[in-house]
Design a binder for this molecule. Sequence first.
Ligand code: SF4
Length: 281
Amino acid sequence: MKIVQAKDITQKVAQLCVEINTKLADDIDSTLKKEERQEPYPLARNILSVINENRNLAINARRPICQDTGMVVAFVKYGQEIMIKDGGIEQAIQEGVRQAYCQGYMRKSVVKDPLLRNENTQDNTPAIVHYQIVPGEVLQISVMAKGFGSENTSALKMLKPADGVEGVKHFVLDTIRKGAPNACAPIIAGIGIGGDFEKAALLAKEALFIPLDQHHKKPHLRALEKELLRKVNEMGIGPMGMGGQTTMLGIHVLDYPTHIAGLPVAVNICCYVDRRGTVVF
Ligand code: SF4
């Protein structure tokens, strides 16, 4: 049995929330630089250059990359042989988020009531936390600060099995065509295929944690990722929707077995500010 102190969880989650808001992951960083070199359209290249300059400024000044510092989503792999001492895991994570957003002077973007919208929680909590119980002495917390300009363009559809892979492609491309111009492109897309209504959405969110240079192990899904990336970048939407070939930096599919009568598909769109990071205890 491995013992983890609740205060250590709080401290690491707080540190991670600040880090991901001020520094893009290396794979996104290097892809943005590569796209700036390769983008043939002057205006699009100029926008990518500003994005890259903003990235440098954020790192050097330890300031957020974007004013929308997101709503925090965490995926926890909670080992059966982990014991949390002096507190509970949920409270420890929420406290880490609270400290990061209050002490890091990041924007608090969470309202208490989704319809009344008259009261900000003032500390960017509650975060949305998903738990998976796993064997062993593992405690892994992956955190994302999800901006809602892009979240708002995401969609889920319960396709019929007869819609097949062509139906999946049509829904994904249609969702991205409508959403990318308002999602601070270049975007990154997470696609969940299978499971049921909520599982597809969770898969799509989890897919946004996958590094851009990793691809699906199944050949037909790897081919699907490649085809969708090519087709989106042929749409001409470009950075910030101003035209160009750099509309999407990467797309990842996660799949799960499903019912014989269904084919759920979820598309979770993220802007290039895909703020993600993981701590392991
Ligand atoms: S969509 Fe992304 S880049 Fe645009 S405002 Fe939101 S967090 Fe910032």
